[in-house]
Design a protein around this ligand. Sequence first.
Ligand SMILES: C[S@@+](CC[C@H](N)C(=O)[O-])C[C@H]1O[C@@H](n2cnc3c(N)ncnc32)[C@H](O)[C@@H]1O
Length: 348
Amino acid sequence: MYRYIGNKAKLTPYILDKVHQMIGDAGTVADIMAGTGTVSLELRKKGYKVVASDVMTYSYHHLNVNLCMKEAPEFIGLKDVITDDLGCMYLTVLKYLNQLEPKKSFFYQEFSPDGTPRNGTPPRKYFTSDNAMRIDAMREKINEWIDAGNISKSEESLLKHTLIMAVNEVANISGTYGYFLSSFKKNSLEKIELKPIDFYESNSEGHVVKLGFAENLAATIKADLCYIDPPYMKRQYAANYHILETIARGDFPDAVGKSGLRDWWDQHSKLCTKTRGLQSFEKIISDMQCSKFLISYSEDGLFTLEQLQECFGKFGKVSVQEIDYNRFKSNDSKLPQKLKEYLISVER
Ligand SMILES: C[S@@+](CC[C@H](N)C(=O)[O-])C[C@H]1O[C@@H](n2cnc3c(N)ncnc32)[C@H](O)[C@@H]1O
């Protein structure tokens, strides 16, 4: 289960319809704030070529898998390291990682109830101690294979994607990783298990995956249509998904404060600010080699529909489709359940 703020799993049919109306059934679509890669994968399934990017490293790994893989890679460099053979090296590698001796390392120390956080705060409860030790063993083994040159870049992305999906299943959180729950909920007591993903077999060639701010990448991207799915609120993704970022990077950052966030300032998004968000949209649209844009936005976002229409109106003709939608629910239950989601198209 991937509970990600703004995940478009339920809205993809509307987005795909709109893309089809705007460019027909072929061409290159940019998905420049791609998050979990859900929309990118659906675009691939429809036969489009996709240029996808996001500022978060975990998204980079999800996109490499969602767009560029059609089957499990062979993990040739691990054939001498793992002697077991299940007939498929991906399955063999997952079994090996699942059976590793749990290790008391960074996740155990910083994110489990038996740990002693380096900054002296009380132990955190993102994972049970056993799961934290298993995550430590798995991610450090992946690091070891990367350092030894045993796995390729795409194999690294697949293993990290698979590990993140498993971590999401057992995280003791309510919606995001911004904070942990005070007592362990049912799913978090299950033993973490890497499970093989399903691969989509067609249209795996010719896609491009990039990592970085859309404002900086826009000038390097040429597309028939650009889909923009920005953050709507002040909540920064880098803060709310810090643990996934740490798994994606495979590093050992300082865990700051009671909640143990990594320093995320290098991934701070201007689109989460009222003061600089509209300038970011303008930079992206003016820099990109593209004449059609489709933007998702929410009724309760930082900017009103009028503000967005005025901003986009500087570039061409703007039209808006309104869709009734159920709100992303974390622990903020006072807000009304229904809200409108906008699909704004701009044609220069
Ligand atoms: C609403 S989510 C996208 C959800 C995605 N469509 C999905 O279905 O999973 C917004 C994404 O924008 C990314 N982001 C925020 N500011 C960005 C920027 N300036 N450049 C690139 N990505 C950015 C966030 O990391 C987040 O993944």
